[in-house]
Structure formats: C-alpha cells, structure tokens
Design a protein around this ligand. Structure first.
Ligand SMILES: *Cc1c(COP(=O)(O)O)cnc(C)c1O
Length: 403
C-alpha cells in the first residue's frame, strides 16, 4: 500500500518514501470508513466534531483535517486543545468551526476572537479578559461553557454556575454558543452508572442555563465511547476522538457496543479500521556471532549466530524505550523481535529468520504488513499504557503521508 499512491509533492520521480528513513502512512479509505460509521451512529442532525488535539492523536493534524473535511463522509467541525493548533488549521485553510478545549493566555485572547474560534470557558478571569478582547475588536467572542459533573478537571461547579450565568447575561460581547461536559468513567467499564449520574447532573445544569434565559445552540457530552455505548449522550454535538482513527476506546467499549448491537438484533457488528501505519527502512544489516551482546547495557546476548537489522528509529521518535527486548517489528511479512535497548535514534531487530532481507527494506513498527499486525493496543499492553499514548507520542516531525 506504499509508494505509487502516496500523495506528495510531485517534483520527484521515485516514490517519495524511498528517501525516508521513518514515516507514518495514513490510510484514507480506512479513515473514511470510520468517519462514515460515526456519522451513521450520530445521524445528520448532530454536529460531528473531529477531535484533532495532540497532532490528531499522532496521526498528523493537517493530514487528518483534510480527510475529515472531504465532502462525504464529512466532519462538521474540529476540536483542539491549544490556540496554536486551531490557528494551524485556519492557516491550512479550514473555515469550519473549531473549539479550543484548553486554556489560552490572556495576551492571546484577541487571536481567539479574530480567528472566530470557539473557546471552552471554565474560569471567570478568562471571561473578563475575553470580554475586553472582544470589546476592543468590535467582534463577538463565542464560548462553550464547560460544566463540571464528576471528572474534576476543567469546568464550573453547579454552585458557581448561577453567578457565571448572571455575568454572561451582562456581557453583550460574549455569545454563549454551547455548554459541555466530559465523562470520567465511560471507556474503562461496562458499568454505565457513573456516566448516567454525570449526564443527569449535566441535564440539571442545562436547565439552569435555560432558566437564565441563555439559548444554547450546542449542548454536548459525548466522546467516542459515549456515542458507542450511550447514544442518548449525543445531544447536539459529538466530540469524536479515538474512533475516527479506527480504534475502539477500550475492550470494554467494544464489548458493550457489541452486546447492545446484538441485543438490538444486528447480525453484523461494524468494524473499525486502524488508520495509521508507522514505517521505517532498514539502515544496515550485520551478522553477529552467537554469544554477542546487543546495545547499551548489554541487555541482550545472542543465543545463535544472528542477522541484525539496525533501524533509524529510537525513543526520540516516540518509540518507547520500555519496549526494549519486548516488542517486535514486521519485515517481509515476518515478525522480527527488538533486541537490546531502544536507543535515542536507533534500534536493533533480529532478522535471522526473515528470508532475503535487504538494506532499505520497509519495516512496520506499528500497523499491519501482510497477514501480520503490530497493534497500538499490543504495544500499549507491553508497557502498561493505553493505545492513545502510543500513537500520540509518535514524533510530530516524522512525515505523515496519506495513501
Ligand atoms: C479528547 C477529548 C475527547 C475525545 O475523546 P475520545 O475518547 O478520543 O473520543 C472529547 N472531549 C474532550 C473534552 C476531550 O478532551
């Protein structure tokens, strides 16, 4: 699935990846298939917002944004964490709505207004500074109130909400376009009680907001797992993160979704298709004798005469050092185990059993090759984290190629 179909600058005849030592490929078909599934689940009345924070979970925000805004299927808007992420999307030509989840420094609130961006509002000091920025520019600032319902992250408590609402009613420069909350315990469990309590609290706050005379265009709570397992959380807008990239938020989410689908009489349960493949090329091959040590700290000693491949990828690229002597890569459709410690920019793998392996061969660090797969979930399992972290940490400087 490489070479010929890579979208890239057209000024070179050879496949662009021939000169790359490590890169990420984004499978456009897989992305469209995932987005179409979530569009079906959300329906056409609900705003489907693609969450592109952290470089689109490591997939490449610009590449994913372009795919998400193709005509069909299409995400309606974006969510990001930082102002700079939002501005980068504007620079890439995206005019759609963009919600910023995270804090924006007071000195930069004018850029939020000028960029016609949506801002998550979760503290009064920001509100005052935002009013001033909007007044200075003569434009309105659009905010989505973050409501605390049980995650204890950002958000106004139910008790502080009345004073915030009073303040907002007296702020002609601020448009309260939305209100939202975020679930604490929806992907790690098949038990929905905590999420239901949060949804109830959110509904009560929405009632308070309506009683204060504020008409909200967008009420939202759902992340991927919420849309999959509690469709009633979709409300006016769904914040779709991990699912668009072809990952289930967790095993529990997959099981809950499947159980609900089967109970509803579905004969086939939709599948998600991972979008990302992380690749590298073999930089060098070497033959080492039996009993030789490999890498820093001499943590691996060969038990046979071994053919080693040196890969130009290390922990600086986001390949976790705790995968040393633990994981494997795919070469010519075979599994090649990582030997010795992962270095800053390099790692060694055992290719003794890979027939006809050659320098320059393409290696899959994460993703599928032939019938074999190295999944983000597997790598996450080896180092005690979640797949979200594994893909997010792939260095932003590595090229992202849409294939
Ligand atoms: C990251 C994030 C999401 C998306 O969550 P997924 O589980 O990846 O779908 C939604 N809402 C907020 C506030 C987030 O921070």
């Amino acid at each position: 699935m490489t070479s010929g179909s890579v979208t890239s600058p057209v000024d070179r005849p050879a496949p662009v990846t021939a000169d790359l030592s490590s890169w990420v490929e984004i499978d456009a078909k897989a992305y469209r298939s995932n987005l179409a599934l979530f569009r079906r689940l959300a329906g056409h009345e609900v705003e489907l917002s693609a969450v592109l924070k952290a470089n689109a979970y490591g997939h490449g925000a610009t590449a994913i944004a372009a795919l998400a805004r193709e005509p069909e299927p299409r995400a309606d808007s974006f969510c990001v964490f930082t102002l700079d992420e939002a501005l980068a999307l504007r620079r890439a030509g995206h005019r759609c709505d963009i919600l910023i989840f995270g804090p924006v420094g007071r000195g930069r609130l004018a850029e939020v207004v000028a960029g016609d961006l949506r801002l998550a509002l979760f503290d009064i000091d920001t509100l005052a500074a935002l009013e001033a920025a909007a007044a200075r520019s003569g434009r309105k600032a659009r905010v989505h109130l973050k409501v605390e319902t049980g995650t204890r992250r950002f958000g106004f408590d139910a008790e502080e909400l009345p004073s915030v609402l009073a303040r907002l009613q007296a702020s002609p420069a601020i448009v309260v376009e939305g209100a939202f909350t975020h679930f604490a315990n929806i992907e790690d469990t098949t038990d929905q009680r905590y999420a239901r309590e949060q949804l109830d609290r959110f509904r009560r706050s929405l009632d308070d907001i309506a009683r204060a005379g504020i008409r909200l265009a967008r009420r939202h709570a759902a992340c991927t797992a919420a849309l999959l397992t509690m469709p009633e959380t979709a409300l006016d807008l769904v914040r779709l993160g991990i699912g668009q990239f072809g990952f289930w938020p967790s095993k529990e989410t997959r099981l809950s979704f499947r159980a609900a689908a089967e109970a509803a009489g579905a004969t086939t349960v939709p599948t998600l298709r991972p979008v990302l493949t992380w690749k590298a090329r073999i930089a060098q091959l070497k033959q080492v004798p039996r009993g030789a040590y490999v890498g820093y700290g001499c943590t691996w000693q060969t038990t046979r005469e071994t053919r080693l491949a040196v890969l130009p990828v290390g922990y600086a690229d986001g390949y976790d050092r705790r995968l040393s002597n633990q994981s494997w890569v795919l070469v010519r459709g075979c599994r090649a185990p990582v030997r010795g410690r992962v270095c800053m920019n390099l790692m060694m793998v055992d290719v003794t059993d890979v027939p006809e392996v050659a320098p320059g061969d393409e290696v899959v660090l994460l993703g599928s090759q032939g019938a074999q797969e190295v999944s983000a979930e597997q790598l996450a399992g080896l180092i005690g984290t979640i797949h979200y972290e594994v893909t997010t940490r792939i260095h932003a400087d590595l090229p992202r190629l849409v294939v």
